[in-house]
Design a protein around this ligand. Structure first.
Ligand SMILES: [Cu+2]
Length: 119
């Protein structure tokens, strides 16, 4: 019985170790914005964040593409960071104070309230 239990324990430890492995994920969602300066701000909001491999926002389509390690960062966190920089997105509404501090040309038309559920 003891042997069985220790084997079981070892199995659980190994399973836990496997789960620590990185898991590459990709997401794309809409981020409201205007111009190339917005692109810089939006992408900078994810720079140096743990788990982010690549982040790019397209000015024309307003689509954000992110490659990330889902064991280190969740989609919700990513959208939170972008919102903290003042940008409305599919998941989280942009921080009002940060929005107010954006450059004049970057003050995009806000997303309709109903489109962005509060976290
Ligand atoms: Cu802009």
């Amino acid at each position: 019985m003891i042997k069985f239990l220790s084997t079981l324990m070892l199995g659980l430890v190994l399973l836990a170790a496997c789960n620590q492995k990185s898991a590459n994920a990709e997401a794309s969602f809409k981020v409201w914005g205007n111009c190339k300066m917005c692109k810089k701000t939006i992408e900078a909001s994810l720079k140096d964040k743990a788990g982010i491999a690549e982040a790019s926002w397209d000015v024309k389509s307003k689509q954000m593409k992110v490659s990330f390690d889902s064991t280190q960062i969740k989609l919700q966190d990513i959208q939170q960071y972008i919102a903290a920089a003042g940008y409305d997105n599919d998941g989280v509404r942009g921080n009002d104070q940060a929005y107010a501090g954006l450059h004049e040309c970057c003050k995009y038309d806000r997303a309709p309230l109903s489109a962005t559920p509060m976290p």
